[in-house]
Design a protein around this ligand. Structure first.
Ligand code: FAQ
Length: 329
């Protein structure tokens, strides 16, 4: 069902005079700040846009477990291992809330996962970069979860009720993730010269990919205008990127680390930093499937899905048996 909607989803904003009576009433509810709930009437494109965004968001949480899961056995202490394990489990839980929110729109989790595995749905560009050292785990918690929080705090106000409520819960857990990342960075940045060098190297490699997480510049963003009109998004890609830079640079200064952007400087007039944009050709290349780890990430996900088939079948058989105990006897 959703696979057909992907092709038909429009990207332009419909002028009010071209809207049907139903569409006008819907837009009025959005403008009045009302939440839209699963059984409410909604335009097909609103539904398709939400399925795309929530589905991609869910996939990002699940694929996002891979770069960190890779370090669970190599965490330097038992305490760090336990903390990282809890964080990676949280990401699975976030995927679950988000797939459930997408299901309220009439798409099944299996269909979304199939589309991901076929390369027809995306997940966040950031997870196509490798985690080479322990400092990368700190930088992911601090920069990647930090960027995710900036985006998700805004999404708590999104117009679709189930997505908004999932975001509220996810944001609470993400705050712990960012703290654990910053705690690793503090240990490294204030540690031996070699640890500090590793921390700087992680920032050097992950700074621009973290900026890319907010999506292309507003002028190249195909979905922002309509998504803002529907309040699916409540801030643009550039607005959120600027907010992230403003809040992160003082944290970087506290750590005594250098931002790999030689032109970064405070702009008094805009009360924010001027910074160099990421290399957008690299971003588009990564989301087309050509990043350093795209192939590995997808192979790992498909393998996990196939090898987990017997668990899903067993759980379904158990659920069926519980639902109809008399028939099963
Ligand atoms: N990566 O027109 P726009 C996390 C695509 S959660 C890949 O601007 P939109 C937690 C976009 O889909 C991280 N693709 O699109 C964690 C579209 O392609 P399409 C995930 C991207 O939707 C931490 C095309 O480019 N968070 O990290 C990206 O209005 C640590 C044009 O772009 C979310 O998903 C990208 N970065 O704005 C887990 C938040 N950016 O679909 C584990 C929810 C853009 O037409 C460890 N999503 N594209 O083929 C959003 O807020 C939005 O979807 C944006 C993109 C802002 C990401």
């Amino acid at each position: 069902m959703y696979a057909q909607m992907i092709r038909t989803a429009s990207t332009g904003v419909k002028p009010r005079e071209e809207m049907t009576e139903e569409e006008r009433r819907f837009q009025d509810r959005i403008d009045a700040g009302e939440k839209i709930e699963p059984k409410d009437w909604m335009p097909d494109d609103y539904r398709a846009t939400l399925i795309r965004q929530i589905g991609q968001h869910a996939h990002s949480e699940v694929v996002g477990q891979l770069p960190e899961g890779n370090w669970i056995t190599r965490a330097p202490t038992l305490e760090r291992k336990a903390i990282l394990l809890a964080k990676v489990q949280d990401e699975a839980g976030h995927g679950l809330y988000l797939y459930s929110a997408a299901e309220t729109l009439g798409v099944s989790r299996d269909e979304l996962i199939e589309l991901l595995h076929q390369g027809r749905m995306k997940y966040s560009s950031i997870f196509n970069y490798p985690t080479l050292t322990w400092a990368d785990i700190g930088a992911i918690g601090w920069l990647v979860d930090g960027a995710a929080i900036v985006n998700q705090v805004a999404l708590q106000r999104t117009s679709y009720g189930p997505y908004s409520r999932a975001m509220i819960r996810i944001c609470k857990e993400e705050s712990f993730h960012a703290r654990q990342g910053y705690s690793i960075m503090m240990k490294m940045a204030f540690g031996t010269p070699e640890q500090k060098r590793m921390a700087q190297d992680a920032v050097d490699r992950l700074w621009y990919p973290a900026l890319m997480m907010f999506g292309p510049p507003d002028k190249d963003s195909v979905h922002t205008a309509q998504s803002m009109a529907w309040k699916i998004k409540v801030a643009t890609n550039d607005e959120l990127r600027q907010k992230f830079v403003n809040q992160t640079i003082p944290q970087m200064e506290y750590l005594g680390l250098k931002c790999p952007d030689p032109d970064l400087k405070w702009n008094d007039e805009k009360q924010g930093y001027d910074f160099t944009e990421p290399d957008w050709s690299e971003f588009f290349d990564v989301i087309r499937g050509n990043g350093p780890c795209n192939v590995d990430r997808m192979n790992d996900r498909v393998k996990a899905w196939e090898e987990g088939a017997w668990v899903r079948e067993g759980l379904l058989a158990h659920a069926r048996k519980k639902a109809a105990p008399a028939a099963a006897e």
